[in-house]
Design a protein. Structure first.
Length: 58
């Protein structure tokens, strides 16, 4: 059986991982928003290779 300290340490580790995951999701959301804005602004003049380059640069 785990001690209370071990349980708290595990919970802390899990929370840290969830925070990292949330940060990565937020970064991804920002990148997707930027790409959507670029595509809407460009009105279809953006070719696929250029779009991929923009995404890779983000």
């Amino acid at each position: 059986m785990k001690s209370k300290i071990e349980e708290l340490e595990q919970t802390r580790t899990e929370i840290k991982q969830l925070c990292k995951d949330a940060t990565n999701l937020a970064k991804l959301a920002i990148k997707l928003k930027l790409v959507v804005d670029l595509l809407e602004e460009d009105s279809g003049n953006l070719d696929k290779d250029k779009a991929r380059d923009i995404i890779d640069d983000l």
